[in-house]
Design a protein around this ligand. Structure first.
Ligand code: NAD
Length: 473
């Protein structure tokens, strides 16, 4: 019997691609073109750290130019390598297609451990990396637009914009060269929480889908369901907080870099973050017990397991120990292609990364549109809507002879702010994409997992873009 070999992250993406491709009518040559990475830029640059110079390795991969600009985050991690960035860039293409965001996929990686540098040093590295991108024409609002990923956030995005503007003074749309910026520096309200909020909407959609749940013997609804989270960074924190406050989930285990905790009574995520800020660790959180190893969170019996840290966390060596009913891939590639098979055989539902964490790029798209339009969402219509609703409420009051108090009036007669519109657009996107994935599953009886269905949907859209361009008539 041949031994099953654990695929790398990039191989997993390719395997998942091939699995879905066989269910499509896309010509082989076109599939080949869609699969490859169009441009890979590997750079090494010197940065003075303390008294010495360090040579930093970094990458920017543009997976597909079928739509421009290309789009994808920048990762700061010691584990960054070319294959990892290629895998992440490929996923971005399929993700954007799935949620109808008109970008090609890209990703960047800087091989550093941010913990080992001061803020000043990180700023130097980020600015130098941006300079390299500008030099090679690998950044720009119509070329390639980075965003935050593992190890980076709005602070780094502000440095990127500032560096870009230094080179491109007077470029009117310069602010659209990067997304995930602070709100005061051309960012958009709701981008910080976007990926986690999207993860929550995606889980909620599955838990509202009675037909699919029946197949897996799962009960509908989010209220009271248990959740375990690996990684309490941007994605893990917002997923946990929103799932707890808006979905009524009970978070029973959390893992971070320093260890893991468990409590069957539930862990308040806000309190836990405060505790970590104060003590420097999630461990010894009042009311919870420390677990002996951080990876034990992945093995907790729960309704929903949310890996929100890095790829290849659920592998052949631990897949059999996963006791969750649903694995919600908030991170990119947390389950290897080989481990996916093990989970599916155990009857575990996997909500795939390509769909589930697409909230980040969706709101990045809104931010980019805001930058190109040079105006905040809601500015034109908010007061108009408010006055129209107020007139309507007053008319109903007069006609019915019944009055409502000012507080109720204010709730009804309200125009949408930027944050309302961003959340509404994000929810609409996640709901629509879920419906599209499930429609593929229902239409193709041989497709019985959400990842393959999501891939089929995305590949169809990318292929038709190529066809429409006349490249593959
Ligand atoms: P982040 O750096 O904000 O947080 C990640 C957290 O995971 C860190 O706090 C880190 O200490 C922790 N961690 C690392 N290894 C761990 C382990 N073995 N066990 C427990 N915790 C561990 O990064 P993020 O932006 O939240 O990204 C997390 C994942 O989500 C990545 O795969 C990223 O590609 C994906 N993602 C992020 C976004 C975004 O908008 N930030 C969008 C889509 C996908």
């Amino acid at each position: 019997m041949s031994k099953i070999i654990e695929p790398t992250f990039y191989e997993s993406v390719q395997l998942n691609f091939d699995r879905a491709a066989q269910f499509t009518n896309i010509p082989a040559g076109l599939l080949k073109q869609i699969k490859v990475c169009n441009s890979v830029y590997y750079m090494q640059f010197p940065v003075k750290i303390g008294k010495d110079y360090q040579v930093i390795e970094a990458f920017r991969v543009q997976h597909s130019h079928h739509r421009l600009p290309t789009k994808g985050g920048i990762r700061f991690s010691q584990k960054v390598n070319q294959e990892e960035v290629m895998a992440l860039a490929s996923l971005m293409t399929y993700k954007c297609a799935l949620v109808d965001v008109p970008f090609g996929g890209a990703k960047g990686g800087v091989k550093i451990s941010p913990r080992e540098y001061t803020v000043e040093q990180l700023q130097k590295i980020t600015r130098r990396y941006t300079t390299e991108l500008v030099r090679k024409n690998f950044i720009g609002p119509g070329i390639d637009v980075p965003a935050p990923d593992y190890g980076t956030g709005s602070r780094e995005m502000a440095w990127i914009l500032d560096t870009y503007q230094t080179f491109k003074g007077g470029e009117i749309d310069a602010a659209g060269c990067v997304t995930g910026k602070p709100v005061a520096q051309n960012g958009i309200r709701g981008r910080d929480e976007a990926t986690g909020r999207g993860v929550f909407y995606g889980i909620r959609e599955l838990l509202n889908d009675k037909a699919v749940l029946k197949k897996y013997n799962l009960k509908p609804g989010t209220e009271g369901k248990t959740m375990a989270i690996q990684g309490l960074g941007n994605v893990g924190y917002h997923t946990g907080k929103i799932s707890q406050t808006e979905g009524g989930f009970k978070i029973i285990s959390v893992a971070e870099y320093e260890g893991a905790i468990y409590s069957d009574k539930g862990i308040d995520i806000e309190e836990l973050v405060r505790h970590r800020k104060k003590t420097g660790s999630i461990l010894n959180f009042p009311g919870a017990e420390n677990m002996d190893q951080r990876k034990k969170t992945l093995e907790v019996a729960c309704d929903v397991l949310v890996p929100a840290a890095l790829e290849n966390q659920i592998r052949l060596d631990n897949a059999k120990k996963v006791k969750a009913k649903i694995v919600a891939e908030a991170a990119n590639g947390p389950v290897t292609a080989a481990a996916s098979d093990v989970l599916l055989k155990k009857g575990i539902v996997i909500i795939p990364d390509m769909y589930l964490n697409a909230g980040g790029v969706t709101v990045s798209y809104f931010e980019w549109l805001k930058n190109l339009s040079h105006m905040r969402f809601g500015r034109m219509e908010k007061r108009f809507d408010q006055n129209t609703y107020l007139n309507l409420v007053n008319l109903i009051e007069r006609q019915s002879g019944r009055s409502i108090n000012d507080k109720e009036k204010a709730i009804i007669a309200r125009g949408a702010d930027e944050i309302d519109l961003v959340r509404s657009g994000l929810e609409e996107t996640m709901v629509t994409a879920y419906q599209q994935i499930r429609e593929v599953m229902m239409r193709k009886p041989k497709v019985n997992d959400l990842r393959t269905a999501a891939f089929i949907n995305a590949l169809g859209k990318v292929a038709s873009d190529y066809m429409n361009m006349g490249i593959f008539p």
